[in-house]
Design a protein around this ligand. Structure first.
Ligand code: RIB
Length: 315
């Protein structure tokens, strides 16, 4: 059983030709709202990956924005542990999606900041705790320490990027970051392999955008090239990866297969609009994987080279 503790935001999304630069105004298309927030997106991704019950601890305001967020979690079969925040509005995110599928996001965290250490539910029966950094870092640290003390695997997606205090790093089993986030966390940034080695966490997974992802789990290294897709909207793709990965690991899949399934789910998420609305279910992921052949060994080799890792045959 997985507990996701984190944020939920209502996403206000407008698509435009490009993301405006400082001082620039761009004319966009109509705006739409979607259920989002890194925490809730990852909870939906765990639940849709299937095979494991998913719970989510979140804080919402007492306003009209809370209901669509709860409804989306309920629809995905996520069991909700809601904290009511009386003095803050529900979290919101303002997102511009460019025609090249990239996005820029500004979060107004609101009620997400109400989540405190004493809100953690009884952890009996949970095997994994998955968190992100859109709630107070003191809360994330307290939850991580409580879960670690009970033998629960603690997974952190360190996004949005910020320095991680030592007590939090010490309580982690698995850290999931993108390339930029990874280099902000290490003392002497180098190539991907060197950055993965520098973090004193048992497992680190780094997502590398269109290249794919790489991981160090204890002393073993893995790479997974990205699947080729026509991207429409990349919002929530990283969250889909995190949720899919933790669900796969909690089902006992081997790391290489877990990375493959998470990457396939994230690739599909890029082909649809919105955050939670874009998360595929397990049968869509299975069908997609069946349609994909094995990667040419040159693709895997290119990824080893990019990361600065020897390929398994050279080790
Ligand atoms: O990772 C995408 C998410 O980041 C969006 O859904 C938005 O709410 C922000 O939390």
């Amino acid at each position: 059983m997985i507990l996701v503790a984190g944020s939920a935001n209502l996403d206000f999304v407008v698509r435009a030709h490009h993301i405006p630069g400082p001082g620039e105004t761009v004319m966009g298309q109509e705006f739409k709202t979607y259920p989002g927030g890194k925490g809730a997106n990852q909870a939906v991704a765990c639940a849709r990956a299937g095979g494991v019950a998913t719970h989510m601890l979140l804080a919402l305001g007492q306003d009209a924005y809370a209901e669509p967020l709860q409804a989306s979690l309920r629809d995905a079969n996520v069991q909700i542990h809601r904290i009511d925040c009386t003095n803050q509005p529900t979290g919101c995110a303002f997102i511009c999606v460019a025609d090249n599928a990239e996005n820029a996001i500004t979060v107004a965290p609101g009620a997400n900041l109400c989540l405190q250490a004493n809100h953690l539910p009884d952890l009996t029966g949970f095997t994994h705790l998955l968190m992100q950094l859109e709630i107070p870092i003191s809360t994330v640290t307290a939850y991580a320490q409580a879960a670690r003390a009970q033998g629960i695997k603690v997974v952190l997606n360190a996004a949005p990027a910020q320095p991680l205090p030592a007590p939090l790093l010490d309580a982690l089993d698995l850290l999931i970051v993108n390339e930029g986030e990874l280099s902000t966390l290490v003392e002497h940034p180098g190539n991907v392999a060197s950055n993965l080695r520098q973090l004193a966490v048992p497992g680190v997974v780094v997502t590398l955008g269109h290249r794919g992802c790489a991981a160090r789990l204890d002393n073993d290294y893995f790479v997974q090239p990205a699947f080729d897709i026509e991207a429409l909207d990349t919002t929530g793709a990283g969250d889909t990866f995190c949720g899919g990965l933790v669900a796969a690991l909690s089902r006992g899949l081997a790391p290489q297969e877990a990375l493959r399934q998470a990457s396939a789910a994230a690739a599909l998420a890029c082909t649809r609009n919105g955050a939670q609305s874009s998360v595929p279910n397990s049968s869509a992921v299975d069908t997609f994987l069946l349609s994909q052949g094995e990667f040419a060994s040159s693709r895997r080799q290119a990824l080893y080279d990019y990361c600065g890792l020897p390929s398994p045959t050279d080790r």
